[in-house]
Design a protein around this ligand. Sequence first.
Ligand code: MLT
Length: 333
Amino acid sequence: MASLFKRVASKALLSVVAVGLTVSLAAGPAAAQDYPSRVITMIVPFAAGGPTDIIARIVSEHMARTLKQTVVVENVVGAGGTTGSTRAARATNDGYTIVMGHMGTHAASVALYPNLAYKPDADFEPIGLAAGTPILIVAKKDFPAKDLKEFVAYVKANTDKMNAAHAGVGSVSFTTCLLLNSVMQVKPIAVPFNGTGPALNALLGGQVDYMCDQIVNLVPHIQGGTIKAYAIGTAERNPALPNVPTSTEAGLPEFQASAWNALFAPKGTPKPIVDKLSAALDQALDDETVRKRLLDLGSDIPGKDRRGSQALATLVKSEIAKWTPIIKANVTN
Ligand code: MLT
């Protein structure tokens, strides 16, 4: 009797397990087919109003239309963007939480945080590059220097009085001004903010002296003369700011600095879902209105060959390799 019971019980157990597996396997393709069936959260790991937030809101607006679903931008600040990026890495990998990361959170942070809670090149599914963002050296409106040469001389002569704003260790503004300060051989007072949105407000108010920031945050203020731009860290001038010299033209060729912002999903997000998100981002970057908004703010919109998961995976690895030695050389100094 007992052995008959065992046989029946184990058969029942097997069928329950089989049904469970079928349901979970079926859920994969079915979940992808129905995706998105509810609101998508796009984490921005910095304060509202900064460059990452600006780019996130521009592309998410169009992606929402393509996906026929609401995309909510959620600002999760702290620790140079690594708090929000960690939140995304640990989120359920169902496609309903994604993050707008960048050169800081998904490359420079590896060298800046020995115990970083995530591996940018292993704990995410890359969705795609959204925008390249050249870096500018900017100062408060009444900074007493008419060009980059005078800026460098003044900062060197007044280092202990200089307040340099950034968005936290691991941010783009921190990383690129680490490079600038090393080139100038200065150690100013570092003033951290939860993003370069708030940092810019302090610059506009004269509470800080200078910062290195992404062009999309700066164009209207430079055009309006409410802050000073001394140079852009790219080989060519930017069409949105044709009067701002390159760092090479301005006499500081060692300062070459560009960043990028890109979308990531947590590791294990099903490929059909990642592909849907990549396709929606791709369509956003092909939309004339989106392109005009990004280009007017000085962004570099990736060509088709630089879009999608594979291209972003390659970029993350190359950027970690690029920034790690620069950071290690400058942080130890
Ligand atoms: C921001 O959006 O505030 C910036 O991306 C922060 C930074 O990385 O400098």
